[in-house]
Write a protein that binds this ligand. Sequence first.
Ligand code: GUN
Length: 316
Amino acid sequence: MRAEGTEQELGRIIDGQAIARSIRDELAVEVAALAEGGIVPGLAVILVGDDPASAVYVASKERACREAGMHGVTIKLPAETTQQALLEHVHALNADPAIHGILVQMPLPRHIQSDAIIRAIDPRKDVDGFHPINVGKLLIGERDGFAPCTPAGVQELLARCGVETAGKECVIVGRSNIVGKPMMSLLVQDARWANATVTVCHRHTKDLAAHTRRADIVIAATGRPGLLTADMVKRGVVVIDVGINRVEDAAHAKGYRIVGDVDFESVRPVASWITPVPKGVGPMTIAMLMKNTVRAATLIAAARGETCSFAGRGIA
Ligand code: GUN
């Protein structure tokens, strides 16, 4: 789609699935090289309870690891698991030399304090990037920690599509610890594919549209289906939709369909680039989780003196 009277191309879709596939293929090559040195990156995922959406994510994480030649373990625990029992699992994984990355799937049942679990994970194995040590490293621009997978995946998408971020107005809608805040930390850094002027909006923001309308890049991560509409963005905007929302739809076999936070049909014609849901940001989260796990394995092996290659956090 080419806009009349301007050279700017509009309506281009960012194919997150294809980009994630390239990253996974690149990682499979790295994993094979590590295997020659006797290192097999290992990821352990802990799932507490039987939330069906979480079970789907966890299964795809394990499958992706195996496919790349990595060691993947899933520990499924009943919803009644005590905080102490969960902590004991984390401690055992911290001490397990075959495991380089630990992920405890969120949300956890209400009787478990997530922050106590996150703090128990060895920061060197915290491939989710949720431990305060890694959160702090990301914020101050130290590149030897781990960035959370979803915002890291968004940055990678921007980089691989050649979307310049330096000097751009970037508006993030949503301030979660998993997406909004780390996204802000990544894009504000003095670094390649960063150097943006970042605004973080949330439910107390007075006039959301006034912010999104002046944005060159909008990143929506609110969990509110169809929140961002065409009248809220300027022509040529880059739109990244992090939302994964189930909406009832009798026309679908499952009785629901998955939509993002962006009204895709109305926004696409005015955006220069836009991610779809599904097949946009979602597949990138898993690819970045694998990337973090391979880095964790490399760093842990280097610390043990098993290999000398340095793996700083870096993108494309
Ligand atoms: N739940 C939703 N997204 C994530 C994620 O990136 N990591 C974990 N551990 N739980 C999640």
